[in-house]
Every structure is written in structure tokens, then in C-alpha cells.
Design a protein. Structure first.
Length: 463
């Protein structure tokens, strides 16, 4: 009889524990990145009244007689199913679609979270503004002018240098992809102004010197008289100040060159060769790259005492190709150069984070640079993580060590910026579990009440 009392007590205690789990789930129904808990039960040891007997020739076997001594909590699991994603429009809000966690640092302590409610502090460090924990990742390194992220290195704090200067970059490469009208008339000897205008196709593009000053590169294309598939090209940097800039263009070096070159086309309108003013000719195949130079105003003189001159490459396309090159066809002459890689001084205005966690800075001068990349961690047994509050987890001896890497690799999920992951708590499920738990609690209480009534009856037998 006492067994039923203690069985009822164990039922009351453990149904209360299950109710605690349900209450915590419901209280966190609107907590970003929260993962619900689940309590499961198991029966406790049973008292054996009679053991089992094996079959004999006369009678069959007998099963054991056992009375259970109640129940206990088997597990309280954390269920890491995907939560719904909610768009916030805030670029520093990050959600993970799939498995894995963000890596956070509090001093030397490492924590993991699914809640990507992030922002920047006064130092530009990417943090959780609720507790100041720092988001971990890899900062980009400058390698020969390229921004490289080494994801094999140890993760560190991510710093977004808002307002940081992006120094000016002198133009090194200019590319021309245009068409010259085959039917453009030749410029006769002693031409009129109208004939010069009609027989010349002029293009312009701005380039930048090492100070970030803009300079206009003007190219004038005119057909060579008596040569139907040749064009003479005159190049001037800052044509209004051409006497000072002294533009020079040619293959190899520009010393001793002039500012003209000749385009040669075949009968299909494809570029066949280029000849500079010194008679140097391009290679019979491949890309055609000329070197141009010009004098930069208000600069220190060079080691030879001459004014400082700046050089850039002029890419005219590929010989024998109709794509991404200069062509000659009986169609309207088309646009100017479509690419140059210089820019003026700029400041970091904005940044964005892509699905790989790469943070890209957008500067006021139009340049785009990789700043860093957000790290992600996955575990062999994520259910073995210990909850540490603030929507964070820590490694345990049963979770396995964190496998830190970039998103979308080794089973890790992808990052979606401007979005947050909602709690995965289903209210309908929780309210149903609450009813079932309540009934279980009440039934166990009834067991204790009934056992007490039986004991009272036994005690009254002596009267």
C-alpha cells in the first residue's frame, strides 16, 4: 500500500518538472533563436514478488510478478528544429537556415547561439547589444592589393570600420569594347571643320591619378586615307591641357613615343593588329595592351629631375574576336571605354553580409572591399550542449568539440542577413501537452488520496 503512495509522489514531482519545461517553452515563444525543451519519462525499478518459472513436462512457464515503484524523468531534451524566419530589414540581423551556431566571445569564454540579433558598438565591433558578447569570424588581409579571408586561421573579433578611409587608387587598367562604323568617311586633305567632325569618332573616360584627381582620357578615331581597314587613333589625357600632360602611348615603354597608334582590321571587321607610333606591332594573337603615360600636375619631380609621370594600361581587346574588343562593322559607332580601376578617396558608408557570412564594405567612392567573414560552429551532438542563458550554449563532455568554419560547408547552414530566426515553440503543441500534464498530475494526486483512504480504513479495523 505504501508503494502506491510513493509512486504517486514520484508522479507528482516529475509531472511538475514536465510542467516547468512546458512553462519555459511558452514563456519563450517570442524569443529569437530559442529552442524548445521536451521532458520524457521512464518507469523506476520494480519490486519482484515472484520470479519467473520455466516450463516443465507437466505445466507451462510462469511469468514474474513485479510491482513498479513509480517513475522518473528520463531526459529533458533541447529540440533543435528550424524556427521560422522573420524579415527585419536590419542588415546586422542574421539568421541561420540549417544547422550550426554563431560563435560568441565573452573574454576568454566561448559561447554559441542561434540568435543573430547583432549590432556594432562604439569601436565598430560586431556584438550582441544585449550582453556585449563579440561575434567571432575572420578579418580580411590585404595580399597584393586583394582582400583575402583565411578561414583556416583562429577566429577573432569582427570589426566594421565605419568611416574608415579608402585611399585613392591610381588607374592602372582601361578597357575599350566598342565598334567603329565601317562607313565613316575619310578626312580629306585640307578638310573643313564639318568634315573633321563627320570623319572622327571621339570617346572619353575619366581616370584617376595617385592623388585621386580625375583626368579625362580622350581618344579620337579617324580612318587612314587610302587604307579602308585602318584607323588612326590620337590619345590625349586632359585634352584642354594636352601641352602639359604630354600623353604618350606605345608597346613596352612610352619614352620616345607619340600619342598615336594605328588599328588594323581584317575583312570581317575583326581586329588584326595594332601599330604604335614607333612602328612596334602587336603580337599576332591574344590581347592587345598598350602602355600610356601622362604628366601629373603639382607633383614632386622624379629621381631624374623630370616631372612625375603616371602610366596605365590600355586594353583594346583580343585579336580575331568579336566579343569584348574593338571591331569595325557597318553599324553605328558605339560607346566609350567601359572599365577603369582607379578611384578617389572614399569613406566606408555601408556594409552588407551575404549567405556565406562574408562582410563587404561599400565606400563613398564606389569601391567595394571584403572586410571579413562570420564564423559558424557545428557539433557532433548538438543536443549535448549546455544552456548558459542569454540564448547561448557551451560545449559539454557529450556535445563534442566545436567544428568552426564558414557557412554552407561540412553540414553547416547558410546565413540570411536582415532576418531573424523565431522560436521553434508551437503553442498548440505546448497547450495540448499542458492539458495532458495537468491530467497526469491530478491522477497521481488521486492515487495518493486513494492510498491515504485505504490506510485510514486499515487503521480503523481495531475499533
Amino acid at each position: 500500500m505504501m508503494r502506491s503512495l510513493y509512486a504517486g509522489v514520484s508522479g507528482l514531482q516529475n509531472h511538475q518538472t514536465r510542467m516547468d519545461v512546458i512553462g519555459n517553452n511558452i514563456s519563450n515563444v517570442n524569443t529569437y533563436g530559442f529552442k524548445k525543451g521536451r521532458a520524457t519519462f521512464q518507469d523506476m525499478i520494480s519490486q519482484q514478488l515472484n520470479g519467473a518459472a520455466r516450463p516443465t513436462e507437466e505445466v507451462g512457464g510462469v511469468n514474474p510478478k513485479e510491482v513498479g515503484l513509480g517513475m522518473s524523468v528520463a531526459t529533458i531534451d533541447t529540440i533543435f528544429t528550424q524556427g521560422n524566419l522573420q524579415t527585419t530589414g536590419n542588415g546586422t540581423d542574421l539568421a541561420i537556415q540549417g544547422n550550426s551556431f554563431f560563435v560568441m566571445k565573452n573574454g576568454d569564454q566561448t559561447y554559441y547561439t542561434r540568435a543573430g540579433v547583432f549590432g556594432t558598438d562604439s569601436n565598430g565591433t560586431l556584438v550582441n547589444p544585449a550582453n556585449g558578447m563579440r561575434v567571432q569570424g575572420w578579418m580580411a588581409e590585404d595580399v597584393n592589393g586583394r582582400q583575402i579571408v583565411r578561414t583556416s586561421a583562429t577566429p577573432t573579433d569582427l570589426v566594421i570600420p565605419v568611416g574608415q578611409k579608402d585611399p585613392p587608387k591610381a588607374t592602372e587598367n582601361v578597357k575599350y569594347f566598342c565598334n567603329l562604323n565601317k562607313n565613316t568617311p575619310e578626312i580629306p586633305e585640307n578638310p573643313t571643320a564639318d568634315q573633321v567632325i563627320e570623319g572622327t569618332w571621339q570617346t572619353e573616360i575619366n581616370i584617376y591619378d595617385s592623388y585621386g584627381n580625375a583626368h579625362q582620357v580622350q581618344m579620337n578615331f579617324a580612318k587612314v586615307p587610302g587604307n579602308p581597314n585602318q584607323w588612326s587613333v590620337t590619345v590625349n589625357v586632359d585634352p584642354d591641357n594636352a601641352d602639359f600632360t604630354q600623353t604618350r602611348i606605345g608597346f613596352g615603354g612610352t619614352d620616345g613615343m607619340e600619342n598615336t597608334y594605328i588599328l588594323n582590321f581584317d575583312n570581317t571587321g575583326k581586329l588584326a593588329s595594332v601599330t604604335d607610333s614607333a612602328g612596334n606591332q602587336s603580337n599576332p594573337e591574344g590581347e592587345i595592351v598598350l602602355q600610356a603615360s601622362y604628366t601629373v600636375a603639382d607633383s614632386n619631380a622624379g629621381a631624374d629631375g623630370n616631372p612625375y609621370r603616371q602610366t596605365f594600361n590600355l586594353n583594346l581587346g583580343t585579336i580575331g574576336s568579336m566579343e569584348n574588343t574593338i571591331t569595325q562593322a557597318a553599324s553605328k559607332s558605339t560607346t566609350k571605354a567601359n572599365f577603369q580601376d582607379g578611384y578617389k578617396l572614399g569613406y566606408l558608408d555601408n556594409f552588407k553580409i551575404d549567405q556565406s557570412g562574408v562582410i563587404t564594405g561599400v565606400y563613398s567612392n564606389g569601391s567595394v572591399r571584403t572586410i571579413g567573414q562570420v564564423a559558424m560552429a557545428s557539433f557532433t551532438n548538438q543536443g549535448g550542449l549546455e544552456k548558459k542563458g542569454d540564448n547561448t550554449y557551451a560545449e559539454s563532455i557529450n556535445s563534442g568539440m566545436a567544428n568552426v568554419g564558414e557557412s554552407s560547408t561540412q553540414g553547416k547552414g547558410k546565413i540570411i542577413a536582415g532576418t531573424l530566426e523565431m522560436s521553434n515553440v508551437d503553442l498548440t503543441e505546448q497547450l495540448t501537452d499542458m492539458i495532458v500534464t495537468q491530467r497526469g498530475f491530478e491522477s497521481n494526486a488521486k492515487t495518493i488520496q486513494t492510498g491515504d483512504s485505504l490506510l485510514e480504513t486499515v487503521l480503523s479495523l481495531k475499533r
